[in-house]
Design a protein around this ligand. Structure first.
Ligand code: UDP
Length: 382
């Protein structure tokens, strides 16, 4: 069978974890099409990987539809939604399969592919549970998926279970863990600290976009209980959570942490920074669908502390490849940080296991091969 013609669809042009995964996933698909609703760094990144870019003329602003909002809010945007569905249908017609990389992309792709009868793969990067989405939105998503998706790809068993618990068909779901580049050399921690101008003492790091459910505030509360420990906070508010970002700075000042907490903004050198810290903390207060950040820390060989919510437990082998703490519990997090910083022998074992597990399970080539196989099957009507 000839290689299927694929159009990859995203509602956002912003680069968060899901879009980083898409950039890795398209590596075998040079010459394919990317249909984006809005401008942003994702477009050029996909072009660099050999994809032809199509911009939805009326797509800008559609990403402003809120995840937890009522469907009524979408009414003023109805004209633009319809125009985008029709443009997407025209584009889909000259392709064998449509691959939607986000929820909003999926909803519009479901309508477009119904018009032109094309198979539809939905890469669901979210965890469909009440902590993240309203009931109406979850209901719409799973009904559309059950009726229109040829396959639903999720990155973890936790995300698969949440989809099914929301009413999604189990037979549609395929778990394909996110894959990362295994070849980077982050460097020597002491050299890195010197070259990055980082403090010498105990240092923890948090590496996620700034958003309330990503839980950076819990780390600040834990630091208030951990005298002498400093912290790097990398990341920025990508989807309008600016008030939360400002609140973090205020909280650091209020707790007297201003000289121990280093807000670095959005960084392009996360693995190097992870290698330079003593502990990576992943403090999400709501379930994570995956958490590339966890795997990046495992790959560079830095101990990880993560909240036990969503996929963290399966990625960290139920605590054998990292330390799990309850979500939103600053005291438990402070205790875990103190324990890891004291470097007991079992942490060395954890790190070795984490590195081996991450290399075996979470390589980009593995993900690319599995997705390519799935796309071929979907194009062939399987
Ligand atoms: N990240 C980054 N720069 C930063 C903070 C985070 O490049 O300053 C990256 C991080 O290394 C990871 C991704 O953003 O690869 C976040 O993916 P994850 O799955 O952890 O979370 P998501 O944003 O998808 O919820």
């Amino acid at each position: 069978m000839r290689r299927p013609r694929v159009v990859f669809v995203s509602h956002t042009g912003t680069m968060s974890g899901a879009e980083m995964v898409l950039c890795d996933a398209v590596a075998p698909w040079r010459g394919a099409t990317a249909f984006l609703f809005e401008d942003g760094p994702l477009g050029p990144a996909l072009q660099e990987r050999g994809l032809t870019l199509v911009h939805a003329r009326h797509g800008a602003g559609l990403s402003a539809l809120r995840r937890d909002g009522s469907l009524w809010r979408s009414i003023p945007l109805a004209g633009r939604l319809l125009a985008t569905v029709l443009a997407l249908a025209r584009c889909a017609k000259s392709h064998d399969v449509v691959y939607a990389n986000s929820q909003k992309a999926f909803v519009l792709s479901a309508l477009a592919t119904a018009l032109v009868r094309r198979p539809l793969v939905w890469h669901l990067h979210d965890i469909l549970d009440p902590a993240h989405f309203g009931a109406a939105q979850r209901g719409l998503q799973v009904r559309l998926a059950n009726a229109r998706a040829t396959r639903v790809v999720v990155p973890s068993t936790a995300a698969a279970d949440a989809f099914v618990a929301s009413g999604g068909r189990r037979d549609l779901v395929e778990v394909v863990p996110n894959g990362l580049d295994l070849d980077g050399d982050p460097g020597d921690p002491a050299d890195l600290r010197r070259s990055l101008g980082l403090p010498d003492g105990p240092l923890v790091g948090v590496f996620s976009r700034l958003a309330p459910w990503k839980g950076q505030h819990v780390v600040l509360e834990a630091l208030a209980r951990s005298p002498g420990t400093a912290c790097l906070v990398a990341g920025t508010a990508l989807f309008g959570e600016d008030a939360y970002a400002a609140g973090l700075h205020a909280l650091a000042a209020e707790r007297g942490l201003a000289d121990r907490v280093h807000f670095l903004g959005q960084r392009e050198d996360v693995p190097r920074l992870m290698r330079a810290v003593d502990v990576v903390v992943h403090p999400s207060t709501a379930p994570e669908p995956f958490g590339r950040t966890l795997v990046e820390a495992m790959l560079v060989g830095t101990p990880v502390i993560a909240t036990d919510a969503g996929a963290a437990a399966e990625i960290l082998d139920r605590g054998a490849a990292g330390t799990l703490v309850p979500p939103g519990d600053a005291a438990a997090l402070a205790d875990a940080i103190a324990r890891v910083l004291s470097a007991p022998p079992e942490i060395g074992d954890q790190v070795a296991r984490a590195q081996a597990t991450a290399r075996a399970r979470y390589g980009a080539a593995r993900m690319q091969a599995r997705l390519a196989d799935l796309i071929r099957r979907a194009a062939g009507g399987e």
